[in-house]
Design a binder for this molecule. Sequence first.
Ligand SMILES: *[C@@H]1O[C@H](CO)[C@@H](O)[C@H](O)[C@H]1NC(C)=O
Ligand SMILES: *[C@@H]1O[C@H](CO)[C@@H](O)[C@H](O)[C@H]1NC(C)=O
Length: 374
Amino acid sequence: MGLEVVSPAMISFSLFLLLASTTQAQSNGVFDVTKYGAGKDITEALTTAWKSACASTKPSKVLIPSGTYWLRKVTLAGPCKAAIKLQVDGILKAPVDPNKLSGGHWVNFIYVDQFTLSGRGTFDGQGKNIRFDYITNALVRDITTLDSKNFHVNVLGCRNLTFQHFTVRAPGDSVNTDGIHIGRSTGIYIIDSKISTGDDCISVGDGTEELHITGVTCGPGHGISVGSLGKYPNEKPVSGIFVKNCTISDTTNGVRIKSWPALYGGVASNMHFEDIVMNNVQNPVIIDQGYCPWNQCSLKAPSKVKISDVSFKSIRGTSATPVVVRIACSSGFPCQKVKLANINLAYRGPGGPAKSQCSNVKPIISGIMSASGC
Ligand SMILES: *[C@@H]1O[C@H](CO)[C@@H](O)[C@H](O)[C@H]1NC(C)=O
Ligand SMILES: *[C@@H]1O[C@H](CO)[C@@H](O)[C@H](O)[C@H]1NC(C)=O
């Protein structure tokens, strides 16, 4: 009849085998992928190890030891029964052929609470990226990501997620390769990290609240950006952005807030940039409410995004262009409560000295202001 007859004895025998192999593969809560039959390609082994670790009622760790491995598209999902760590000491390489991955992303962590991703390893995206979706109470430490396409790391719907000693590297001429993009997330910390890329080092999308960026070095790239905002309907407010003690070098922008003209409304408030060193940055301090790349929009109507309670304090170093501060707010919704304090930015090229430009804003200026005009 073609039906397989499975006896209770066979079931218990295979259960026994399964338990035996699981017990062998893990010891003290460590699930080593190389014990799950990982060859050069660890996709299946990682998936199986993750599932076993995730089902563990005690804290567990999945280990990818030193070595170089191929990893195809993978989703590592929770919820898990207890805290879970993924320690990557090896180099993980994505498939070179972009057709092997639909949707662009490569490694997706989703719905995991109490998660730690750490190790001296590297995610070598070869044009693909890593996503963190709905991750809570988590830490990403020491890991490096290389050569992604589009955003390297995309953070969506996360709460209390820290990136520490995190490294992102892509060539300065790569297109749209934002280092870390954050959207609709609360309590994200990016600490002591190093980002060199072809687009924004860090970009902040709508619905981001309580974002703390400290001790980050950025460059090359397009700087640290809030926005662009106002391109889509129903964007959620951005609020509580704190960027402190960062060094930005050889980038097109330093610290920037940008919104599209015309189009849709939005709110961005309580954003503070302090203690930032600029080295040879083209637009060190910029609010641009007429952001309209590739002429994708009409500049005839002003932006509908309301920007308020913004401060730039102790911003020093060098600019690559004469306009070191440019605050171009919407004529429809002028910026409110913008503070500039101790701005000491030098420009030494043609067309100098350094100057500042402001429109639709009355900034409160205090301390040093090395560039007149606002
Ligand atoms: C945030 O997550 C960390 C784990 O990285 C945890 O130790 C800490 O207690 C969490 N904070 C809150 C307020 O839940
Ligand atoms: C500032 O950031 C650098 C890393 O760029 C770090 O080494 C230093 O400890 C930070 N200083 C403070 C006061 O946080």
